[in-house]
Design a protein around this ligand. Structure first.
Ligand code: PMV
Length: 299
């Protein structure tokens, strides 16, 4: 049986969420799929990267694997094969999707079916190996899916959209390290705490308004809030010329709003579109800049 960890996009609020502010995120249909192919040996087979990982090695993947095995009561040795449908290091929560898929596979090998909350909790151990100070948003969304407001150490707040959200996700092709981008914001906050906190508070206010816009089905208001969030992320030096170009191209092609998603410094951007035809135009416009894009729906 296949088990799944979802990818996610952060609609608004990345980085601010590390400092206890709320963020709005949505699970997407692409993610990581895992299956237990035999029992008796503990190993992880990552076909897309041609890697076989065992828990005893020193590299990050092995340590992450060991960390989630330690979270599994009565872990049974299992060979777990993984397929990933997300670019790595691109802000779509690839590592958390992998972590959640592995946690689910370990649970099924041990004859257990834990709740999504418990799956997310165990997968945080995986995330901690890759990202020094994860807010927990990626592993939570990878386990739950849907649209939600996430806040550190609070229960997940589900958001019911009046209309499904249609997004175009464009990949800048530049890979970025979440850890380094999070550290860069931490340094700015150390140097200028008042200024940084004002920016983070402004992002938090956009998130609260965006939640209302989603519930009311006000796509245009949501798009404007995303544009404002992008400006604030730019002021924290998280955007890049490629991401700016892609956002501009998306807006010119009819997107109602566009911003980077995830850690920034490269990775992906998202553009909000009003309908299918507009989505195709925006996707085409991004692809004509030589980058990859796909349409996703969040509901
Ligand atoms: O892992 P990414 O690139 O999807 O980014 C995660 C979002 C951050 O707010 C930048 C970090 C975090 O732990 O919340």
């Amino acid at each position: 049986m296949d088990v799944f960890g979802r990818g996610k996009v952060i609609l608004l609020g990345e980085h601010a969420v590390v400092y206890g502010r709320p963020a709005l995120a949505a699970g997407i249909e692409r993610g990581a799929r895992a299956r237990v192919t035999s029992q008796g040996v503990m190993e992880l087979v990552l076909s897309p990267w041609d890697r076989v990982v065992t828990p005893g090695q020193k590299d990050e993947l092995s340590r992450a694997f060991a960390a989630v095995i330690a979270e599994q009561p009565g872990a049974a040795p299992a060979r777990i094969e993984i397929d990933v449908e997300l670019p790595a290091g691109a802000g779509l929560g690839c590592s958390a999707a992998l972590g959640v898929a592995v946690v689910r596979a370990l649970a099924s090998a041990a004859g257990e079916a834990p709740s999504d909350e418990e799956i997310a909790r165990r997968a945080l151990a995986w995330e901690k190996v890759f990202h020094g100070n994860p807010s927990g948003i990626d592993n939570t969304m990878a386990a739950h899916g849907g649209i939600a407001v996430y806040r550190r150490d609070r229960p997940l707040e589900r958001v019911r959209p009046r209309k499904p959200l249609r997004l175009v996700i464009g990949d800048s092709g530049e890979s970025a390290s979440t850890r380094l981008m999070v550290e860069s914001v931490a340094r700015q906050r150390e140097r200028e705490p008042v200024k940084a906190d004002k920016t983070l508070d402004a992002i938090a206010a956009l998130v609260q308004n965006a939640k209302l816009a989603i519930e009311e089905g006000d796509i245009r208001a949501l798009g404007q809030l995303m544009d404002m969030n992008q400006m604030l992320l730019g002021s924290l030096m998280l955007s890049t010329p490629a991401l700016e170009e892609m956002c501009a191209v998306a807006r010119e092609a009819g997107a109602v709003g566009a911003k980077l998603t995830g850690a920034g410094g490269g990775g992906c951007m998202i553009a909000l579109v009003a309908d299918e035809a507009s989505g195709e135009r925006v996707r085409g416009a991004i692809e004509r800049t030589g980058r990859r894009a796909f349409v996703a729906e969040a509901r």
